[in-house]
Structures are given as C-alpha cells and as structure tokens.
Ligand binder design. Structure first.
Ligand code: NDP
Length: 295
C-alpha cells in the first residue's frame, strides 16, 4: 500500500460553483493542467443549493481558495460578491471566473474571451468590419454580442424567439458601442432570410440542438447560405449539431463549441495561477480533451 500524498496543507484550492455540477468536465481539464504544469493545486466541483451562494463564497474566502469558476445558475448572482470586475463583466452582468487575492474577489468572463480565441484560431477570421448575426438572447448570446462589438463588428443582428430579450441586448450594445444593432424574431421568416443572406458570421447561441434534442436547429432547412459565410455553434455536445450540418451543405466554414469550452477553462486557469500556458501543452491537451468529450 502507498499513501496518497497528492493533497497536502500547501495544495492550492480551486472550485466550480453551480447546480448541477455532476456533468462538468472542468475538473478533468483543470486537474490535468495541474499535473502537466507541476502546480500543486486541486479543482473540485461544489454543488450550491439555491440561496446558499453567499455562504459558499464566504467559505471559499475563509478557506483561502485561489479562485473558482461559476456556472448555471449563478453567473449573474456572483457579481453581488465581487469586489472588482472587468468592464465587460460590468456591462454584460455575468461572470464565470473569480480570482481571490487575500480575500478580495475579482470577477472575469472567460466564456466570451474563450469564444473569441477559439473563433480566431479555428476560422482564421476576426469580427473587424463584419456583419454578425447572433441567434439567441440568453446569457451566452449577451456576452458574445458584447465581444463581437468590442472586436469591431460593423453590424450586429440579434435573433430570438422572445424579441424583448433580444431588444435588451441591443440596448446594451447601442449604449456602449458605435455600431448598428438590430433585432428580429425567428417567427418572421422573410426578415430572417434577408438577415441570413447579408451576414458574414452566424452564431448559434441558443440551446437548440443540444443533446439529447439533436434533431433541433434554430434555422429551417429551406434557408440558403453561401460558402463565404462562417457558422459557429456554441453547443459542444454533439460536436456537429444539426445547425452546422445545415451550413455544411452549402460549403460554409463551420465550427462547434468545443474550442470555446476549452479556452474558457485555459484562460481561467491562467488568471488564477498567473501563468501563460505554452502552445505545445495546449495542443496536446486539446487533443486529449476532445477525445475525452467525444468518447
Ligand atoms: P439561456 O437559457 O440563457 O438562453 C437560451 C437561449 O436559447 C435563449 O435565447 C432561448 O430563447 C433560446 N431557446 C431555448 N429553447 C428554445 C426553443 N425551443 N425555441 C427557440 N429558442 C429557444 O442559455 P445560455 O445562454 O446559458 O446557453 C446557451 C447555449 O450555450 C447552451 O446550449 C449552452 O450549452 C451553450 N454554452 C456553451 C459554452 C461553451 O463553452 N461552448 C459556454 C456556455 C454556454 P428565449 O429567450 O425565447 O427563451
């Protein structure tokens, strides 16, 4: 028998606050990073019951956690406990990463940064001067809209089932960025077809097509695309959603949400540990991570 010595009183603590947390793959990603980088730290999922977020955050501060991720349903509520936040977090109103420096909490949103890094890497394109359409108006759509605007999109279209939520995002964008931002609802097929035709980049930020409802898509099959358009789906399970398959039929470039998931984690880790993870490690880890998710 050999004693397990992997965790000691010096081990740095990282966590994930959410509910549910059972299916998260963040522990596999972060604990593998600890091993690869030789950093004495451990990342644990912490299921937080409704109304207990404040208690949990106080506990993590008292326990000197280095940092933590925040997922559904606490991405907005966590801001109440943050001492500082990035301008983007303040604008968008949600965070997924918190760093604890001596009891002072700093909130970040690495979902949108992770999305942008993955988007650039996988498409070779940015948002400068682009006509960008975002399908959906939930929390993810909100942070991606702000990211696209901050990266120079010239026009943003927000399409949602519930128009009011799309309008909310558009008001936020118009108040902070100098670009055209319009909204539409999926039910208006004629207007939707025109917007799709004129878009350079189309992002699915709805949950339509997410496992197990893999036959769903935010778009009808009869919409036509052109091969110059880029399609991005934030969903990573399945890897190839129906939405991406619809675009592939027209020879468009398509990218799924796996890279976004990977990079939001990488960027969070870099913030907590104040390190820059070498590209060689990222490449190898991404290959393993994708294999793990597609198993
Ligand atoms: P929200 O619940 O905040 O938003 C869901 C969105 O989907 C809303 O716009 C909602 O429209 C729309 N929607 C849901 N069901 C339907 C339907 N039946 N018909 C039409 N529209 C519908 O979710 P999030 O923004 O948090 O997450 C969105 C997606 O992003 C999820 O699939 C999630 O897995 C993924 N995600 C991926 C990440 C990654 O790292 N790759 C990170 C974070 C999220 P309405 O407003 O009308 O209800």
């Amino acid at each position: 028998m050999k004693l397990n010595e992997s965790i000691t009183g010096r081990t740095r603590l990282l966590g994930l606050l959410g509910n549910p947390v059972e299916h998260s793959v963040s522990p596999q990603l972060h604990n593998t990073l600890n091993t690869l980088l030789g950093i004495d730290a451990v990342y644990i999922p912490l299921k937080v019951e409704k109304g207990k977020l404040g208690d949990m955050v106080a506990g993590l501060k008292a326990g000197n956690f280095t940092g933590f991720n925040v997922t559904i349903p606490f991405k907005e509520d966590i801001l109440r406990y943050a001492d500082h936040m990035t301008d983007e977090v303040r604008l968008v109103g949600s965070a997924n990463t918190v760093r604890n420096t001596g009891g002072v909490l700093f909130a970040f949103n690495t979902d949108s940064d992770g999305f942008f890094r993955a988007f650039e890497e996988e498409t070779g394109s940015g948002f400068q001067g682009k006509n960008v359409t975002i399908l959906g108006a939930g929390g993810t759509a909100r942070s991606l809209a702000a990211k696209a605007a901050s990266k120079g999109a010239y026009r943003l279209n927000i399409i949602n089932r519930t128009r009011r939520k799309a309008e909310d995002i558009a008001s936020m964008i118009r108040s902070s960025y100098d670009l055209v931002c319009e909204t539409e609802e999926f039910a208006n097929k004629l207007a939707l077809a025109k917007i799709m035709k004129e878009s350079d980049i189309i992002i699915n930020a709805t949950s339509l097509g997410l496992y197990p409802d893999i036959q769903e898509s935010p778009l009808d099959d009869d919409i036509r695309f052109n091969s110059e358009q880029i399609f991005y789906d934030v969903i990573y399970n399945p890897v190839k959603t129906r939405f991406l398959q619809q675009a592939e039929r027209f020879g468009c470039k398509t990218v799924g949400g796996l890279g976004m998931l990977f990079y939001q984690g990488i960027l969070a880790y870099e913030i907590w540990m104040d390190v820059k993870i070498p590209d060689s490690i990222l490449k190898e880890l991404y290959a393993e991570f994708s294999k793990y998710l597609c198993r």
